[in-house]
Design a protein around this ligand. Structure first.
Ligand SMILES: Cc1ncc(COP(=O)(O)O)c(C=O)c1O
Length: 361
């Protein structure tokens, strides 16, 4: 079976599993915000229509200043990118031919980017038995031979958040061994206020590189916008390697407005807090494991029948629920499914189908 590499592809899955075209699928496989995009965005995009007849200003100065102000950093510590994906590949280019460490299970594009730029990768595993914590001792022992560590925080697919103590240790030791720490914060704005971004650490740690994406929070995978935050020397080098006009003029104009919409993010956090509590409580009551996620997706496994995950995937699909398989997440081997937290109605439907699975199997 050739499983798709990413979630959010209901049409491909329908063809793969020969489902009828008109079957309605609830897509729990992509980890996008179900409240988005913000309601005003459609009109604002058409208001910016006139910008497409000119090249964007190549340094994106106005937009960069506004994003930097939002992050409370200097604009020369910021580079706008064509989504988080371009950010990952630009950073890999910066470490071309060197040695990286990637902690799995995690987003597969770090390894793909490393391969593309001939970076050798040491694969380390999160400690599944320890709530997917970092094997910090092992990592520290290997720092001398490591030029860059790729971390995802919150991590895709587990939704877990690496603790600050471990990160501080890696950054401190990394200063001594010349190791940079890349932290992909694509999902950081789903976290509760008690777990802040690491942007305030950039001033202390020149070996810290942060990646962001606006894709997930604002449900705009088609627009392509992300950014990198790092010390100015790194940012300058990355800018030299970036394709000219990588960000289109419409995006350039609307990013400041997206970041200004604080209420949208707050509404999202309220929905997430309410719905995740509801979903996790119910899952526990019908004997399903969920990873200790702090964001809008989690790993699921049937505690009573842990080796029937593939059958569970098919059962859910036949009942109109698409989940994300985990065959291409190293260390998970398809043993879990990744699901998004969706709207109240969709979550209720999911839980009803899981109850049906419990009753019938
Ligand atoms: C952890 C992580 N980083 C980055 C990306 C890429 O985001 P973008 O769509 O902005 O390129 C994804 C997309 O799934 C992701 O899960």
């Amino acid at each position: 079976m050739k499983w798709p590499n990413h979630g959010g592809q209901p049409e491909t899955i329908k063809q793969l599993f020969k489902l009828k075209e008109d079957v309605h699928i609830h897509d729990f496989s992509a980890n996008l915000n179900p409240l988005g995009p913000p309601a005003w965005l459609e009109e604002e995009i058409s208001n910016q229509y006139h910008t497409i007849t000119s090249y964007p200003e190549p340094s994106y100065l106005k937009c960069s200043i506004s994003v930097a102000a939002h992050e409370s950093i200097d604009p020369n510590m910021l580079l706008l990118t064509n989504g988080g994906a371009e950010a990952i590949f630009l950073i890999a280019k910066y470490f071309e031919n060197l040695k990286a460490m990637v902690v799995h299970p995690t987003f597969m594009e770090y390894e793909r980017a490393c391969k593309h730029y001939h970076i050798s990768v040491e694969q380390i595993m999160f400690e599944q038995e320890n709530e997917f914590g970092l094997p910090i001792q092992t990592m520290c022992e290997k720092l001398k031979e490591t030029d860059v560590i790729f971390l995802c925080r919150p991590n895709n697919p587990t939704g877990t958040v690496i603790n600050e103590r471990d990160l501080l240790l890696l950054l401190e030791e990394g200063k001594k061994t010349g190791t940079s720490v890349v932290v992909d914060e694509a999902f950081v704005n789903f976290l509760p206020a008690s777990v802040p971004s690491l942007s305030s650490w950039l001033a202390t740690y020149p070996n810290l590189i942060l990646l962001r994406s606006l894709t997930k929070m604002y449900t705009i995978p088609g627009l392509r916008i992300g950014y990198i935050m790092a010390n100015p020397l790194i940012i300058n080098a990355l800018r030299d390697d970036q394709i000219p006009w990588s960000i289109n003029s419409i995006v350039d104009a609307i990013v400041p407005k997206l970041l200004d919409d604080v209420q949208f993010v707050e509404r999202t956090k309220d929905w997430l807090s309410e719905q995740s509590q509801y979903v996790y409580k119910k899952l526990a009551s019908i004997d399903f494991y969920h990873s200790p996620s702090q964001v809008n997706f989690y790993l699921l496994r049937d505690k009573k029948q842990p080796h029937r995950t593939e059958e569970l995937f098919h059962f859910l699909l036949q009942n109109g629920i698409l989940t994300r398989h985990t065959h291409n997440f190293k260390g998970l081997n398809g043993d879990f499914l990744r699901l998004a937290i969706r709207s109240k109605e969709e979550n209720e439907r999911l839980l009803m189908i899981l109850q049906k699975w419990r009753n019938e199997t």
